[in-house]
Write a protein that binds this ligand. Structure first.
Ligand code: GAP
Length: 534
């Protein structure tokens, strides 16, 4: 199955079964915004709770053999606008953007790749396609070579003459639009048009979404583009009101907003999304050690969601790619169906140094340094001079930040789980979600909606739902009920049938293998709890 089809089918399944709907659909939708339906919200909450558990409730064991200290926070989405000046977002949080004067479409300039093709007599043609990387662009042109046309998502039209020129080119190169000279940019044929020269020069576009506060003399404010800043603003509060000592972390999950130039690939890049971020405050000398520690912890966490090793990788940021606050960053990437064979970002682990605390210290005039009592004692024991102790015991902590997208995690779990199996009855589609994260863990069905079966099934449902998220469904042919449960990723179904009355047993069906076994009615709960690892 072509990878682009996989996405189409997954998006359609998510809509049809109540995972994810386009926002404001009855008004024609709103680009970059999505609503999570009854099953989507259960799936998202399961992933969210797992992250919170692994960060805040049972944080990992640190390099010294003791659990590390992480506390939680839920800060405001709108903060004092000075926050974003200090953080650098007001000045520097932007993407280069190009507009097409003819098609009126807008693109991220770094996602416009241009094939410069040289024909006979050195005649050159510049053809732009929408691609996120050189490999992505190369894949498009390979498809052009193999099938004689470019897939629609890369560009909409090619004139006959340009196609002939590309086919007969004696030399070519693929270049990002941003790297062409102004003269060359003026010759480019944009991705949705047929004539050259309609693309504007790239210009910077700030990604923060604005709002206004107050009715009289309203002030301009921003919806946060990352949850992280709320943590830095509360650094002193947390130190003063809890028992944490450096090193420690503050974790937060919540909505973030970015006016993305090109929201796309379903929920991958949206304008409203959820992040799971943890800011780890540590001594500057230990920052590199903690960077390596969190890098490994976070990769292990993604695997714990049931994501296969082969589809995950680390990618270090090149120096010129680093965010304005970062000393070093590594991304954890996933091979999404729409990036394959390439990978796309899932989480970034950044060494933010002392950038944020120092910036907020300067802009707010409040001291955000830390007095390290343990270090003071240690230095005293080592016989260090009082002046040196004083100088070394007070410092601005460094920050290591594992920052991931919750909504992106939902996408990864769905992409990883989506299968087609022609041997299934009722449906070919299946979501093989790791049972721990499945929205519904167990479907409970009376085989027929009579003969005392619904009463037994409902009683079992009322008992099981105390511990296990279940769904009771008495209607339709049993095959169709199983098919629906396969499509929504329910790992187990329990059916009460004619035999139940005779020997007090039920059928338990497992999603992936479709195997069925008889289990005693009074043992079903224990059986499921064991299978679900609860
Ligand atoms: N505080 C650092 C920070 O926000 P980031 O790499 O810009 O870093 C972290 O964002 C994560 O948030 C990303 O790895 C991604 O999972 C998620 N994310 C960022 N922008 C997103 C968007 N427009 N839509 C969905 N998820 C997004």
């Amino acid at each position: 199955m072509a990878e682009t089809n996989v996405m189409e089918q997954l998006v359609s399944l998510c809509k049809r079964r109540g995972f994810i709907y386009p926002a404001s659909e009855i008004y024609g939708g709103l680009n970059g915004f999505w609503d999570y339906g009854p099953l989507g919200v259960l799936l998202k909450n399961n992933i969210r709770d797992w992250w919170w558990r692994n960060m805040v409730i049972t944080p990992p064991i640190g390099p010294d053999g003791h659990p590390v200290d992480i506390v939680g926070l839920d800060s405001s989405i709108i903060q004092n606008p000075k926050t974003w000046v200090a953080s650098g977002h007001a000045g520097g949080f932007s993407d280069p953007m190009v507009d097409d004067r003819e098609s009126k479409n807008r693109y991220r300039a770094d996602h416009v790749w241009v094939r410069e093709a040289e024909g006979i007599e050195k005649k050159r043609v510049y053809v732009a396609i929408k691609a996120t990387s050189e490999a992505h662009a190369a894949d498009a042109w390979q498809q052009f070579k193999d099938k004689g046309k470019l897939p629609q998502e890369f560009r909409t039209k090619l004139s006959f003459e340009v196609r002939k020129h590309l086919e007969g080119a004696v030399a070519y190169r693929d270049v990002p639009f941003t790297q062409l000279t102004v003269e060359e940019q003026a010759q480019v044929i944009g991705p949705d048009v047929q004539v050259p020269g309609t693309l504007t020069e790239p210009r910077q576009f700030n990604l923060m979404l604005k709002t206004q506060i107050g009715a009289v003399d309203p002030i301009e404010a921003y919806l946060r583009p990352e949850t992280a800043q709320g943590i830095f603003l509360n650094f002193k509060n947390v130190i003063d009101t809890t028992r944490v000592k450096v090193p420690f972390g503050v974790a937060q999950i919540g909505k973030s907003f970015r006016n993305e130039v090109t929201p796309r690939n379903f929920i991958f890049r949206s304008r409203e999304f959820e992040q799971m971020e943890m800011e780890w405050f540590c001594h500057p000398d230990e920052a590199r050690m903690w960077y390596d520690f969190w890098k490994q912890q976070r990769m292990d966490w993604w695997k714990s969601l049931g994501v296969s090793d082969a589809k995950l990788r680390f990618r270090d940021h090149a120096q010129d790619e680093l965010s304005h606050y970062s000393k070093m960053t590594v991304d954890i990437e996933y091979q999404y169906p729409f990036t394959a064979p390439d990978f796309g970002e899932l989480e970034g682990i950044a060494h933010r140094g002392e950038f944020d605390l120092t910036q907020h210290q300067q802009h707010s005039g409040q001291k955000l340094d830390y007095f390290d009592q343990d270090l003071q004692l240690k230095l005293k024991e080592q016989g260090v001079s009082p002046e040196e102790i004083k100088a070394k015991s007070r410092y601005v902590p460094n920050v290591i930040e594992p920052a991931s997208g919750l909504t992106r995690a939902v996408l990864v779990v769905l992409c990883e789980a989506y299968r087609r199996d022609p041997n299934r009855q009722g449906t070919e589609e299946l979501l093989s979600i790791k049972p721990q994260f499945a929205p519904i863990k167990c479907g409970i069905f009376p085989l027929v909606n009579k003969e005392g079966m619904p009463e037994v099934a409902e009683k079992l449902y009322l008992d099981l739902r105390q511990k296990i998220t279940c769904e009771y469904d008495p209607k339709q042919a049993i095959g169709r009920r199983y098919a629906r449960m396969d499509e929504i990723g329910t790992p187990y179904c329990v059916t009460i049938d004619g035999q139940t009355k005779e020997d007090q047993t039920v059928t338990v069906r497992e999603r992936d293998s479709m195997q069925q076994e008889r289990v005693a009615l009074d043992q079903v709960k224990a059986y499921l709890l064991e299978k679900l690892g609860m």
